[in-house]
Write a protein that binds this ligand. Structure first.
Ligand SMILES: [Zn+2]
Ligand SMILES: [Zn+2]
Length: 238
């Protein structure tokens, strides 16, 4: 942290405004969100569905969406619902190139991991890759910035560069539920299988929706020898 007087000078030179409400936001590190809006975002409380990570209201281990589904990941967690302020922020982050918002998402992810994933361990992290054309157009992969942050925080190797997306599939929300698994089949590839061999992978994504794309990514990692894949997404679509 810089000295308070440096911080004051920085705030004069680069006034930071909250991306949600426009109020003054911290200058260092620039998170893009003021304290008031930050406290308004609530983490999904446990217990979580053992399959997809939805918050459960009853004493079951699976949510009603998952009882007849099979995912290739071992478990999935999402920090917050994809709605309201969180939806707006993720949209700004991805589509308006506000990369510095990653600091804010990482804060949320760290908090969630400490509260709800404390009993789990990994050997490496990796991000769900973006379609190459999309990544070129956007200039970055939003999930890669998050996995790099978690890698630095937890001191775990980041294997994202060894996992690629070969092509873009049809958007899942346009597909019938029954066709979604087939739609994503084979869209990921690993360029260095040795890197994943016998590793417990934390697979990082920005938004988890149907879970099928992430499941296909986990299938590819396991086919390459990963011993387990646990997914952590910043937000959960309905
Ligand atoms: Zn605000
Ligand atoms: Zn579920």
């Amino acid at each position: 942290m810089p000295a308070p007087w440096v911080e004051s000078l920085l705030s004069l030179a680069f006034p930071a405004a909250c991306e949600i409400c426009g109020a003054p936001a911290p200058v260092y590190p620039v998170t893009g969100v003021c304290g008031r809006c930050e406290s308004g975002i609530v983490l999904i409380p446990g217990p979580h569905c053992v399959s997809c990570g939805r918050g459960l209201k009853t004493e079951t281990d699976r949510c009603s969406e998952c009882w007849d589904k099979h995912f290739h990941f071992d478990r999935a967690f999402s920090c917050t619902p994809y709605e309201g302020k969180m939806k707006k922020l993720l949209h700004t982050y991805k589509f308006e190139g506000r990369k510095y918002l990653k600091h804010y998402f990482l804060k949320i992810m760290q908090k969630f991991m400490e509260v709800s994933m404390d009993d789990l361990a990994w050997d490496a992290v990796a991000a769900v890759p973006l379609d190459p054309a999309k990544k070129r157009a956007r200039g970055f992969n939003q999930s890669e910035l998050l996995s790099a942050g978690i890698s630095a925080w937890r001191r775990l190797p980041d294997l994202s560069k060894h996992l690629k997306r070969r092509y873009a599939h049809e958007p899942q929300h346009r597909m019938a539920k029954s066709a979604r698994e087939q739609n994503v089949k084979g869209c990921f590839t690993v360029t260095n299988a040795e890197a994943f061999k016998l590793k417990r992978i934390l697979l990082v994504d920005d938004i988890l929706t149907t879970g099928q794309t992430t499941s296909e990514c986990a299938r590819t990692l396991k086919e390459s020898g990963a011993s387990s894949v646990i997914v952590l997404a910043c937000a959960r679509g309905i």
